[in-house]
Design a protein around this ligand. Structure first.
Ligand code: MEV
Length: 326
């Protein structure tokens, strides 16, 4: 069954454009893949051991027998990779030892989705090493299961971005994964320097939803409407409208309680220096904000964001999805 001994796979990170939080509850979102890639090298071992090197998340010399996969105390940085191997091995009845080394072109703190991208790299790598070949949908299903096994919650939009790349219209759990034909997205990304934890923020919104169920349901519906409008505006390059829709979405995210002082400072700085629109991107609480910017305001907006926040990053969006490098 084995046809090669070693493979290197890479997958892009992601940025949520619109629809975060609502997408956890059966609404759509729009996500773009960023060309800051996660990569994994997978080598078949003679022994029946699982070995992991992931220096970016402080995992070195991590080893265990295959029979103990998923058991015992698993360090945070090893969870996604270990459970990805466990899920693949169980499904395809693989018994070979495996060594995995992951490296990232971006810091795990940015919220670009390093855990999902590494999960995708591992499962795609395993499918290259041990037939059968997986379709993108099979790859999505197994990777999404792994993410849910580890964190219990999430829509899977980050997994889809890592696999398919480009800019996607996505509905919870992969009910819809539709590429959008967008050439250039005039986007600027600012990093707040504040680390956010997705599951904590999802739970925080859930508490609010239990107290004000009707209001939160309506807010999710409104967010869904914004996504549908933005989808149309994006494919016609109507960036002014996209910016406007992002501003409205930011207002709703703020109503959900997931914005923050630093994010708001950066968002207002961007708007006041010429952006069409700006909002937080992802779970909120920290991580990144994004702004849609006319070409002639790029520099002033970048400078304003940097002054209000920590850094402004030059990221290429609409990046290629997961691929075997060699
Ligand atoms: C987190 O980046 C975005 C959320 O919508 C969670 C998810 O969709 O998995 C809050």
């Amino acid at each position: 069954m084995q046809n090669m001994k070693k493979v290197i796979v890479s997958a892009p990170g992601k940025l949520m454009l619109l629809g975060e939080h609502a997408v956890v509850y059966n609404r759509p979102c729009i996500v773009t893949a960023v060309d800051q890639r996660m990569s994994a090298t997978l080598e078949i071992l003679e022994s029946t051991e699982f070995s992991l090197e992931a220096p970016d998340v402080k995992i070195t010399g991590y080893k265990k027998p295959l029979k103990d996969l998923g058991k015992g105390e698993i360090p945070k940085g090893a969870k996604f990779v270990e459970l990805a191997v466990l899920n693949f091995y169980k499904k395809y009845k693989i018994k070979s030892g495996i060594k995995i080394t992951t490296t990232s072109a971006f810091a795990a703190t940015f919220g670009f989705g390093s855990s999902s991208a590494s999960t995708v790299c591992v499962i795609k790598g395993l499918s290259s090493l041990f037939a059968p070949k997986l379709s993108n949908k099979n790859l999505f299903d197994l990777s999404y299961k792994t993410v849910l096994d580890v964190q219990g919650k999430g829509s899977g939009f980050d997994v889809a971005a890592a696999i398919y790349g480009g800019t996607l219209y996505f509905v919870t759990g992969g009910k819809a994964i539709k590429p959008l034909a967008i050439k250039n997205l005039p986007l600027i990304v600012g990093y707040s320097g504040v680390k956010a934890d997705t599951v904590t923020l999802i739970n925080q919104v859930l508490t609010l939803a239990k107290k004000y169920p009707k209001f939160i349901k309506n807010t999710y519906d409104q967010m869904g409407i914004l996504v549908e409008l933005a989808r149309k505006a994006m494919v016609t390059n109507d960036w002014q409208t996209v910016g406007e829709l992002m501003n409205i979405d930011q207002g709703l995210l703020s109503a959900l309680g997931v914005s923050g002082q630093k994010l708001e400072d950066m968002i207002f700085a961007a708007r006041m220096s010429g952006a069409y629109g700006a909002k937080l991107s992802g779970a909120g609480g920290g991580d990144c904000m994004i702004a849609i910017v006319p070409q002639n305001s790029k520099q002033s907006v970048a400078k304003a964001i940097e002054t209000a926040g920590v850094t402004c990053m030059d990221v290429k969006v609409n990046a290629e999805g997961a691929r075997v490098e060699k």
